[in-house]
Design a protein around this ligand. Structure first.
Ligand SMILES: [Zn+2]
Length: 321
């Protein structure tokens, strides 16, 4: 039903999935740079279509709204929310004999700015397993949000400027909404602001935010992509309190390297427990893991699942699909 060609390809319909190189026809699960390229035709949700074109310019897009099947070259394609960022999607491909679910980046716990993930059952599961190590078990989201709000309020009380460094698409918007929901207005760097405008256009309201124009404002937090405080894009911030918002904050080594004042492990990926929950819920007879540690495949096999690393399938099983 599928094959590996330096990326996942659904064989029937010749559909590339999240290819990082140009393809004639490609499903784009969400508009992060490691999941897309300038394809001749991109199949994606309407929101991802807008974000894809914001980043790569006007391009041909075939919209796949959630839960609306499309007949495509002998396949039935249906998208389901992935919970990773606004508009992010999983893809269910059915060929009449069997079904394949590709999760893309996903997260099961609710976030402030994503649709809640849905997991249909499928025969074959291609699973994004970035945090497939037991050390990555995140605390309850409400607790992490509380941590974020506390450090931002403390910085403001101390007369400092809280600078929250978060990926420009997804995390930055969630942080913005969390802050504005707690009465803290937000200034956004240009890259973040442009994405936020698409979010609002596509129906996700983010509250009291505006473009940062190199003038900090009293009582405001600043949201910018990682590393930007050092660059020309974020001038005028005095006495910054640097706050990283990333799941990697649970990794002591990466925490030491970054030099942040605070790190909050608020992630937009499934943690170890959510990955196992996803595997149980989909109930697939074959599981192929992408991203994350090789040890997660062993973990699944030890638990009795028929799991492989995508692209590294033993030759004896290659004939199965
Ligand atoms: Zn992503």
């Amino acid at each position: 039903m599928f094959h590996y060609d330096r990326g996942l390809k659904i064989t029937r319909g010749d559909l590339a999935v999240d290819f990082k190189r140009r393809a004639p026809r490609a499903f784009v699960s969400h508009a992060h740079n490691d999941h897309m390229a300038r394809h001749m035709l991109a199949l994606c949700t309407p929101t991802t279509g807008q974000l894809y074109q914001l980043r790569l310019g006007a391009r041909d897009v075939l919209e796949l709204p959630f839960r609306t099947p499309l007949e495509w070259g002998g396949l039935r394609l249906t998208t389901f929310p992935a919970g990773h960022c606004w508009g992010s999607a999983m893809l269910l491909a059915e060929d009449g004999d069997q079904s394949l679910l590709y999760t893309g980046d996903f997260k099961l716990v609710p976030s402030a700015t994503s649709e809640l993930a849905e997991l249909p059952r499928a025969d074959i599961l291609v699973l994004e397993s970035t945090y497939g190590d037991p050390q990555y078990r995140f605390a309850p989201r409400a607790e992490l949000v509380g941590q974020l709000i506390d450090v931002v309020r403390k910085a403001l009380t101390d007369g400092r400027t809280p600078v929250i460094e978060a990926y420009a698409l997804g995390k930055a918007q969630e942080v913005t909404k969390l802050l504005t929901d707690h009465g803290i207005p937000v200034l956004q760097s240009k890259a973040v602001y442009e994405v936020s405008c698409v979010y609002e256009k596509c129906g996700m309201k983010l509250g009291n935010f505006r473009l940062f124009e190199n003038v900090p404002l009293d009582g405001h937090a600043v949201v910018a992509p990682p590393g930007m405080h050092r660059g020309a894009g974020l001038q005028g911030v005095r006495r910054p309190t640097r706050i990283a918002v990333t799941g990697w904050a649970l990794d002591p080594a990466s925490r030491r390297r970054t030099g942040f004042d605070h790190a909050v492990p608020l992630s937009d990926h499934a943690d170890f427990g959510e990955l196992l929950e996803a595997v149980e819920r989909v109930g697939a007879r074959e599981i192929y893991c992408t991203h994350g540690p090789e040890s997660f495949v062993d973990e699944l096999r030890n638990r009795g699942f028929n799991a492989f690393r995508l692209g590294k399938v033993p030759a004896t099983t290659r004939l199965l699909f």
